[in-house]
Design a protein around this ligand. Structure first.
Ligand code: FMN
Length: 194
C-alpha cells in the first residue's frame, strides 16, 4: 500500500470532517416524530458505534433499554397516567436532581426563553396551564417517536461516570444523525421514580 497523495488525503480528511460537522450541526431536539419504524439493525449499529465513547478507566457505565411497538405504547400509557395523577408528586420522585434547586442568571433566562419560544411557536399563551400540561405530556408520548431508549447507571458509580454518560449520549445522537435519524434527549422521565 502507498500513501495517498497529500492533496487526496486532505480532500478525504475534509470530507470526513464535513460529515462529522454536518451530523453535529444538524442534530436538534425534535418534538414531533414520524411513526416510521427504525430497523433493529440501525438501532444496533448506532449503539455499536456509540459504545466506542471514552470512559474513565474504560468503565463503560452505560446500560441501555430499547423500547418499541406495544411495549412503548404501554409504557407511554403508564407514564401519562402517572403524569396526570394529582398525587404524582407524593407518589413519585426524582432520584438525582438534574436541574439546580435555585436558578440564577444567565441559566434561568435561557431556560425561560426556550420555554416561551416553544409555547409561542405552538400558540400557547402565558397562563394557559391546561395546554402547557398537554404539551409537556407529549414527552410521555415520546413525541410520536417509534423508538425510546432508556439509560440507567449503577448507583455505585460517581459523577465522573455521568461525564462518560454524556459523551455516550452525544455519540448516540450523532450516530443517529449520520443515518438521517433524529432524537430528543429527555430528562422528563426521571421524575417518576417510586
Ligand atoms: C440531558 C437533557 C435532557 C433534556 N430533557 C428534555 C425533556 O425532557 N424534554 C424536552 O422536550 N427536551 C429536553 N431536552 C432538550 C433541550 O431542551 C435541548 O437540547 C436544548 O433546548 C437545545 O436545543 P437543541 O437540542 O435543539 O439544540 C433535554 C436535553 C438534554 C441534554
Amino acid at each position: 500500500m502507498t500513501r495517498p497523495a497529500p492533496e487526496a488525503a486532505t480532500h478525504a480528511t475534509n470530507h470526513a470532517a464535513n460529515q462529522v460537522d454536518a451530523a453535529l450541526i444538524t442534530r436538534r431536539s425534535i418534538r414531533a416524530f414520524l411513526p416510521t419504524p427504525v430497523p433493529r439493525a440501525d438501532i444496533e449499529a448506532i449503539l455499536e458505534v456509540a459504545i466506542r465513547a471514552p470512559s474513565g478507566t474504560n468503565t463503560q457505565p452505560w446500560k441501555v433499554y430499547v423500547v418499541t411497538g406495544d411495549s412503548l405504547a404501554r409504557l407511554s400509557q403508564a407514564l401519562l397516567a402517572a403524569y396526570d395523577d394529582p398525587e404524582r408528586d407524593t407518589l413519585y420522585r426524582e432520584e438525582y436532581p438534574y436541574y439546580p434547586r435555585e436558578w440564577v442568571s444567565p441559566y434561568i433566562d435561557r431556560r425561560r426563553k426556550i420555554g416561551w419560544d416553544l409555547y409561542g411557536l405552538l400558540g400557547i399563551g402565558k397562563g394557559d396551564k391546561a395546554r402547557m400540561h398537554e404539551q409537556h405530556a407529549q414527552n410521555y408520548r415520546f413525541f410520536g417517536a417509534p423508538v425510546g431508549l432508556f439509560f440507567t447507571i449503577d448507583r455505585v458509580m460517581e459523577r465522573g461516570s455521568w461525564l462518560d454518560y454524556g459523551m455516550f449520549l452525544q455519540a448516540i445522537m450523532t450516530a443517529a444523525r449520520g443515518r438521517g435519524l433524529d432524537t430528543c434527549p429527555q430528562a422528563a422521565f426521571t421524575r417518576f421514580i417510586k
